[in-house]
Write a protein that binds this ligand. Sequence first.
Ligand SMILES: Cc1cc2nc3c(=O)[nH]c(=O)nc-3n(C[C@H](O)[C@H](O)[C@H](O)COP(=O)(O)OP(=O)(O)OC[C@H]3O[C@@H](n4cnc5c(N)ncnc54)[C@H](O)[C@@H]3O)c2cc1C
Length: 329
Amino acid sequence: MLELDVLVIGAGMSGLIAATELQKTGLNVAVVEKARGSGGRLSSKRIESSKTKAMISFDLGCASFDAKTELFRSHLETWSSEGIAKVWRFSEATGSQYVATPRSSSITRYLAGQLDVHFATRVTEIRKDNGLWSVFIEESGLQVKFAQTKHIIFATPPQQAADLLPEGHPFISALSQPILLPQWVLMLNVKGRLELSDEYYEFSDSIISSLILEPSKPERVQSNDHQTWVLQADTKWTSDNLDTDKTKLEHELVAELASKTGTPIIVEDAYLHRWLYSVAKPNELTGSVFLDDTNGIWGCGDYLADTTKLSGVEAAFISGYQLAKSFQL
Ligand SMILES: Cc1cc2nc3c(=O)[nH]c(=O)nc-3n(C[C@H](O)[C@H](O)[C@H](O)COP(=O)(O)OP(=O)(O)OC[C@H]3O[C@@H](n4cnc5c(N)ncnc54)[C@H](O)[C@@H]3O)c2cc1C
């Protein structure tokens, strides 16, 4: 069993940057992550093509991110020099759009490499005993005590934090609001090339909200005879179709894409994923970095940054960083 100053729950951008900064101050910190790898919503996926047997890599969550703050830009410069981030595109509206290289999870994998991170470890309960938090995980169907810690940082989506907080905790109702919207994401590996001239599209009048040509990103796998596109669905359409049959949804999204290109699409491989928690809306917790610091319960994540100014990955980074700077043992 671990004995810690701080246990961070969640190895996404916010949790890993908070853990990195706290570890620098000499605290005894560990991170737990229920998935087998790092990244959370900034993760990538690799599947084998059923037709060609080639490996297809794509960004399953965030497609790219911007950097409005000097602090995040300076970290991106460091990560660029380490070869794990690059500018993908530039537009007048959004400025430089960055991606992690060679895949979306590269930055979080790099951060995790310098920390004590326990993957495939899902926290199932936290309980305060004699002034310290006991943290329990699920192991082979049993609940076992994993750590004893002075402080817990929730770097999870808000609903998942609410599910773990002790019954009656004052933050449960705010965290249970629909702060993060759901989103279906479909990867298509198509034969040939689509009749589209750009690598990135945003639509406001479609069930597809964004369309991304994966191999246009730096250091992604190229193919002469196939293209990998990622379709991010409209969040309202997703909410209306949370439990709709996956085959039906895939057909609808492919038909919509075909109507945009004006030509039939030959799909060789497809992968559809439902994110229950995708991007954050402004909410009543916006701007806070702790949930109940007198009891050693802290929170960070994209939804806790000032979402009127920042969003997505940058918001997660700033929230985790600010938490570490406000932290008091
Ligand atoms: C489809 C999609 C598109 C997006 N597009 C963009 C974009 O264009 N630009 C942009 O900037 N951002 C975008 N985002 C949002 C961006 O990815 C997130 O804002 C950011 O990655 C959030 O990081 P986080 O650390 O706050 O949370 P997360 O990445 O959600 O990390 C939370 C982690 O906690 C873990 N966890 C939860 N419960 C437990 C538990 N009980 N025990 C252990 N571990 C647990 C989860 O597995 C997860 O890894 C997008 C996200 C999605 C899904």
